[in-house]
Ligand binder design. Structure first.
Ligand SMILES: CC(=O)N[C@H]1[C@@H](OP(=O)(O)OP(=O)(O)OC[C@H]2O[C@@H](n3ccc(=O)[nH]c3=O)[C@H](O)[C@@H]2O)O[C@H](CO)[C@@H](O)[C@@H]1O[C@H](C)C(=O)N[C@@H](C)C(=O)N[C@H](CCC(=O)O)C(=O)O
Ligand SMILES: Nc1ncnc2c1ncn2[C@@H]1O[C@H](COP(=O)(O)OP(=O)(O)OP(=O)(O)O)[C@@H](O)[C@H]1O
Length: 514
């Protein structure tokens, strides 16, 4: 059963009749006395007083669950014509509003019901193939360092001040997102950082929100199961850079898609680049990295420089930090003030769970757990590991099931070309045959380096133990894929599994840490 979403504690009711008028919907009988206090798209998430929105999904029509929704307290249903028939057939008697596309109406309706069409909190949206979660956490940390009460919505978690809520999707459905923001307003949140997936834009999950500043990290191979090709995938990201969604944008020119975004953006954008030869408004010079983090210097268009540190290795961490700072400046924060708090605190005070997270703490090999699951993320993480490692880089990885298969050969190729030892294991196969996934990765790795050291170890716990057994002090183990995750899905069943916990146990068993 899906987890219930977070809701405002003190919703102010809206009249259903007014809702119908506002959205140009025909008013059914019985609409007059009805008031709604919330919006739900899942029968499992309904609270008393909700408008239940019956969406036509990929597996079922939500309207078929209106009896359960009404039993849970829904006072009205909004759905399409097919849904209305399902509701009538089920003998449900609450008022039913009908619209052509309930999904397209959902965001604006939720914004109106929850009254989130106001300026507070300030909203930051981050999109791109890699780095969204990281930039969201960096923004959150910087805002906190600047004294703001913050909200966060990422793949890892939703957060309101100090309260943490489990996340399922990267970007919540519109009804959940507006409820979350309404609750943030109640809690006095000044600014919220929201990770925006391409799917969220395509599926109208961010409708009804007005971002103050949106940021673009990069675009590379991922999600080509959801999109017909790179152009379609890019178009989904581009749609965030429109006046309907956001006021201003900050675009990284580090991937080739950045300049296309600038050219096609319909909102004013500022550019940032970490290569000196790129013509951008802001430049980030990424300095030395250590296992504790990366130094960077950010130069503004008028030549002012902030030099600081981000506690994650890799050149891209410097690039992510620069992007986050420029987003803050674009939203109205003062660059000098940001520089002062960074000086005061010795850098960005962030902990980003499972993003090149150093799990080892002893004298033995270093072990990082990462969420990278794209060819580009593999390449960037491995290059960072190489730079930090005197000995061998041992990489443990798999590819998750029921997601873009076309990226797998490239992941195998990159792992074999940049790691000294490759351990192919299972990672979240979902409903796919894990052996078939491993086969593609192993074949690509073998074709790239026929004489390279490669182990195929289906069980992920055994794969981690093998890496620990092979490693010596001076070596680095990179476990790529699971990041912060605490479960894996095998043959459609969710099982508890944390790579970070397994790695700690394996290091302890090997005597490398207490
Ligand atoms: C393809 C896709 O986006 N699917 C999403 C969609 O599922 P669906 O269309 O299959 O829904 P369905 O099961 O047919 O149900 C239809 C409706 O009936 C309702 N229902 C269903 C059963 C029931 O008992 N009661 C009930 O009310 C459902 O809540 C839904 O509103 O609506 C569901 C409810 O919100 C989502 O959980 C589901 O996301 C699935 C899990 C998913 O994996 N989505 C991925 C593609 C995704 O969105 N990923 C992005 C990117 C991540 C990244 O960057 O890597 C993300 O933002 O997470
Ligand atoms: N700017 C970047 N460029 C390339 N790779 C990056 C960048 N930032 C992070 N990465 C790599 O991508 C991995 C995932 O980072 P992060 O979770 O921040 O991305 P994401 O866009 O949120 O991913 P997802 O959409 O899958 O949640 C990191 O662990 C790191 O290996």
């Amino acid at each position: 059963m899906p987890a219930a979403s977070i809701r405002p504690l003190h919703p102010v009711a809206r009249s259903l009749s007014e809702l119908a008028v506002r959205f140009g919907l025909e008013e059914p009988d019985g609409v007059d006395q009805v008031e709604v206090t919330g919006v739900a798209i899942s029968s499992f998430d309904v609270r008393a007083g909700d408008l239940f929105v019956g969406l036509c999904g990929t597996r079922t029509h939500g309207a078929a669950f209106s009896p359960q929704a009404v039993a849970a307290g829904a006072v009205a249903v909004l759905t399409d014509a097919d849904g209305a028939k399902l509701v009538a057939d089920a003998g449900v008697t609450v008022p039913v509003l009908v619209t052509d596309s309930p999904r397209e109406a959902l965001g604006e309706v939720a914004a109106w019901v929850y009254r989130t069409d106001h300026d507070e909190p300030k909203l930051f949206g981050i999109t791109g193939t890699n780095g969204k979660t990281t930039v969201a956490y960096l923004l959150d940390a910087l805002l906190t360092q600047l004294g703001a009460v913050t909200g966060l919505s990422t793949t890892v978690e939703r957060r309101i001040g100090d309260e943490r809520i489990e996340a399922t999707l990267t970007t919540p459905e519109a009804s959940e997102l507006h409820a979350l923001i309404a609750r943030m307003r109640e809690e006095g949140v000044h600014a919220a950082s929201i990770e925006v997936s391409a799917q969220a834009v395509t599926r109208h999950r961010i409708d009804g929100l007005a971002f103050d500043v949106v940021g673009f990290t990069n675009l590379s191979h991922d999600h080509l199961d959801d999109y017909a090709g790179f152009d379609d995938y890019f178009a989904a990201k581009l749609a965030l850079f429109t006046p309907e969604c956001a006021r201003r944008g900050v675009v990284s020119l580090d991937s080739r898609w950045g300049s296309d975004l600038v050219e096609n953006s319909r909102i004013p954008v500022t550019t940032v680049a970490s290569r000196a030869d790129t013509d951008a408004d802001w430049h980030i010079e990424v300095g030395p990295q250590s296992q504790a983090g990366t130094e960077f210097a950010l130069r503004s268009p008028d030549g002012r420089v902030i030099a600081s540190r981000v506690p994650i290795p890799g050149w891209f961490s410097g690039a992510n930090a620069g992007l986050a700072i420029v987003m803050l400046v674009e939203s109205g924060y003062d660059l000098e003030q940001i520089g002062e708090v960074l000086e005061r605190d010795g850098g960005i005070d962030a902990y980003v769970p499972g993003r090149l997270e150093l799990v080892s703490n002893g004298e033995g090999p270093r072990l990082y757990v990462d969420y990278g699951h794209t060819p580009d993320a593999f390449e960037q993480a491995l290059l960072a590991m190489r730079e930090l490692t005197e000995g061998r880089v041992i990489m443990v990885f798999g590819a998750d099931g029921d997601r873009d298969m076309t990226k797998r050969p490239e992941m195998g190729r990159i792992a074999a070309s940049l790691a000294d030892v490759v351990i192919v294991t299972d990672y979240n196969p979902r409903t796919e045959d894990p052996a078939a996934i491993r086969r593609v990765l192993v074949d690509a790795a073998r074709a790239t380096r026929p004489d390279g050291e490669l182990h195929e170890i289906p069980d992920e716990r055994a794969g981690i133990r093998k890496a620990v057994e092979l490693a010596q002090p001076g070596d680095t183990i990179l476990i790529a894929g699971p990041g912060h995750e605490t479960s894996t899905e095998v043959a459609g069943h969710k099982l508890a599994y944390s790579a970070r916990d397994e790695a700690r146990v394996a290091l302890r068993e090997a005597g490398w840490q207490s």
